[in-house]
Ligand binder design. Structure first.
Ligand SMILES: [Zn+2]
Length: 761
């Protein structure tokens, strides 16, 4: 068939197919007459046709495994794309497994649940069973959390493993339940497992689609493919009627949103492949280097001789609405799927071998989740943990845990700039934070109150039929206005999580920023849940303020914004260009003033600090030679802060000032670990741990070179306390007899020197 005739036929067949409605029967696990078919696309145009026909397909080695109704198969045949039926009647085939639902030798859903129950019962200290919600087919969705003190959320990196989203791919849940059992049984005896259970929070979501497993189908009981129903760049594939339309997808989304997973592996079968984002578009993610490195480590630690790993769009069949694109795109999780076996139903004798091929890799990923950068984010006044959003370089942003304040991000060794934003707090930035070769750097961040409130993450988005002429930069719509925008696409929409509810107050409450020379139109809605209901706040063009009163809601945490449909769809910046959404926080004005006096005291040094900057609102002063200050302040509850940049000391207090009165209040300042890492990052060496205790190690990043390096350590008053030479570019400086405080370190190669500050405590 020539290109011309095929092209003409496409225009003829597509409208016909649109008339054939997709019939999904609630009684049958597969669609009426559905077949499993091997389709052999020859070139890119064949792939484009299959995409355009909206066929449900999985990439396999050398062919596409498609799930087709007779009319869909007829369309494939009409285009002349070779096809070969594997299972002629999937409903008949699934019925052949009888009441157990799975081939003999595999666990049924009931058996998986029994094992999970028994693990939680027998290992109560390290294994907690979570009921996540109801699935279709009257199944309760359950996940195991395995960690020391598993019932509480601790400052530990979290990982997620899941299986069985496609019920007919039977290996995933088998791997999951064996992994959970190995973690429980190995705790206290196996050194590696004990350490990981103690230092990580491991979630095992062992059967994502129980109806699918009970009935040997890739769909849930509503006939929807859960791995196409995800809301990030959703595009109506896999019979999905709308983004996050299914109970299984909502539960999955809520599990990811309410935890802070660093790494997420989702298990499939049908081929052997590790497929990372994006699945919906060809351009690589900003985190591509991280995905690629971790996938290479997964492959290297696995029992597969040469399992390929690649971006899903290019290495596998392109799909929209996948779990990995949601995990990464909406939440910044390093998220991917692992295809563990060529056969979707391998012989039962292969269950354990396939598990063992993945076991070491799963442990390795669990370990890596705690590498890179981590820390705790707290309120500078109260010390309470905070939900914050972290932006590291141009990687996709991610969140800290609202309960514990901890955050974790896998990073390759090097130097990184980052920004921390939280609603009700002033933004903080850090430059050149050093990530070591192994393990993690710790950067604890304290935040001071302000009136900032901005959208924190984009949960759902759709650009109809995709628009690869635009970069799809969803994080651009989060955080404060910065003239970087996310284009909604023509007729596209997005649901944004404001992080904290916007409260209806006097006047307008929400500001939408486009900050663009060519303002475009949109509709804005407010809701109290991610799924609505959505109340219209109004429509506008360009920057505009909205009053929440129009919605009738007292407060709203979620915002839905929809393009008005003007303009072209397949161009750069199509649709409304969203820079930021702000929620207005109101602080009542002060009507009179009083005074605050006291000393700035260093917690670590135990003495007053001269020359510190003290500020309260717009007013500032400096502490005198005795560390004493006096400052005029607004009355009422105010915050007073002191900082001493030389030693990176910082502290704040919240106090109540009464009119014309003078309040005595000393301000304690602490040395922030965060900023101490900055000078150390500028040399060609690194220092750890920071802060140091009985010793610290200096290691040059040019290890192996023959350059001779010497170091000298001085006290803060300039007295040399230690010196020596780096041997093999490394040395350990013993400091246990030195008083705590700040020291100046100088490393030199005789020509050039690198200074750094080291805190001992
Ligand atoms: Zn699958």
């Amino acid at each position: 068939m020539s290109f011309i005739s095929r092209f003409t036929m496409r225009w003829f067949i597509l409208p016909l197919l649109m008339l054939i409605s997709v019939t999904v029967s609630a009684q049958q696990p597969w669609r009426e007459g559905e077949m499993q078919v091997r389709v052999y696309p020859v070139n890119a145009e064949d792939y484009a046709i299959i995409r355009q026909l909206g066929l449900n397909a999985d990439e396999c080695d050398g062919f596409l495994r498609c799930y087709l109704t007779p009319s869909e198969l007829a369309a494939v045949n009409a285009f002349g794309i070779p096809a070969e039926t594997e299972i002629p009647d999937l409903n008949q085939w699934s019925a052949s497994f009888g009441p157990r639902g799975v081939p003999s030798g595999y666990y049924t859903v009931a058996e998986l649940n029994e094992i999970a129950d028994s693990l939680a019962l027998n290992f109560p200290d390290i294994c907690t069973l979570h009921e996540l919600g109801m699935a279709t087919g009257f199944n309760v969705l359950k996940a195991l959390k395995i960690s020391d003190n598993s019932a509480t959320d601790e400052n530990e990196a979290e990982v997620l493993f899941d299986g069985g989203i496609h019920g007919d791919e039977v290996g995933g849940p088998e791997n999951m339940i064996r992994f959970a059992r190995d973690l429980c049984l190995g705790y206290g005896t196996d050194e590696q497992i004990t350490s990981l259970v103690n230092n990580r929070e491991i979630w095992v979501y062992y059967c994502v689609n129980p109806y699918g497993r009970e009935n040997m189908t890739r769909y849930n009981a509503n006939g929807v493919d859960i791995n196409r129903d995800g809301g990030y760049m959703w595009n109506a594939e896999g019979n999905s009627p709308s983004a996050f339309s299914q109970p299984e997808t909502k539960v999955y989304r809520n599990l990811l949103c309410s935890n802070q997973f660093v790494i997420h592996c989702s298990y499939h079968s049908g081929t052997e492949f590790i497929s990372y984002p994006w699945s919906y578009r060809a351009s690589p993610t900003p985190d591509n280097e991280i995905h690629d490195f971790l996938a290479s480590e997964y492959a290297a630690h696995s029992g597969y001789t040469n399992i390929p790993y690649e971006q899903g769009y290019t290495g596998m069949y392109a799909i929209n609405g996948s779990t990995k694109d949601f995990g990464y795109g909406a939440l910044g999780v390093i998220s991917w799927s692992v295809e563990i076996s060529v056969s979707k139903q391998p012989a039962a004798s292969q269950i354990v071998p396939y598990y063992l091929k993945n076991r070491e890799s799963m442990l390795t990923m669990t370990d890596y989740a705690g590498w890179g950068l981590e820390g705790v984010i707290t309120d500078a006044l109260t010390g309470e943990p905070l939900p914050a959003t972290l932006y590291i370089e141009d990687y996709f942003p991610f969140a800290s845990d609202p309960e514990v304040g901890d955050y974790h991000k896998f990073l390759l060794p090097g130097y990184y700039n980052l920004r921390v934003e939280a609603n009700g707090y002033a933004t903080r930035t850090f430059s050149q934070v050093m990530i070591p070769e192994t393990g993690s750097a710790i950067l604890n961040v304290s935040m001071t109150p302000s009136t900032a409130q901005f959208a924190r993450r984009m949960i759902t988005c759709q650009i109809p039929n995709n628009n690869f002429n635009d970069e799809g930069n969803t994080p651009a719509a989060t955080g404060s206005p910065d003239n970087v925008r996310y284009s909604l696409g023509r007729m596209g929409y997005a649901v944004l999580d404001m992080g904290t509810p916007v409260v209806d107050g006097e006047g307008n409450d929400i500001i939408v920023y486009e900050n663009d020379a060519t303002p475009e139109g949109y509709f804005l809605y407010a809701g109290q849940t991610m799924d609505g209901p959505w109340e219209l706040l109004g429509n506008a063009t360009g920057n505009h303020e909205f009053d929440l009163l129009a919605s009738g809601l007292p407060d709203a945490r979620y915002i839905k914004i929809k393009d008005d449909g003007d303009g072209q769809s397949q161009v750069a910046d199509a649709g409304f260009d969203l820079d930021a959404v702000e929620g207005i926080i109101r602080i009542p004005p002060a009507d009179s003033t009083g005074f605050i006096e006291g000393y700035v005291m260093s917690v670590e040094l135990g003495e007053a600090v001269a020359g510190a900057t003290v500020s309260c609102g717009q007013r500032t002063t400096m502490s005198d030679e005795y560390g004493f200050f006096i400052l005029e302040a607004d009355t009422g509850r105010v915050e007073i802060c002191a900082s001493y940049p030389f030693a990176f000391m910082y502290g704040c207090d919240s106090v109540t000032v009464t009119p014309s009165d003078t309040l005595t209040n000393n301000i304690e300042v602490r040395i922030m670990e965060a900023t101490l890492m900055e000078p150390a990052a500028q040399g060609q060496y690194f220092i750890y741990p920071v802060p140091a205790g009985d010793y610290f190690i200096i290691a040059a990043t040019t290890a192996g070179s023959r350059e001779i390096l010497n170091y000298k350590l001085y006290s803060s008053t300039g007295i040399k306390v230690s010196s020596g030479r780096l041997i093999n570019q490394e040395t350990t400086v013993v400091t246990k007899n030195l008083p705590k405080g700040i020291y100046l370190l100088n490393i030199s190669n005789g020509i050039k020197s690198w200074p750094a500050k080291v805190l001992l405590r």
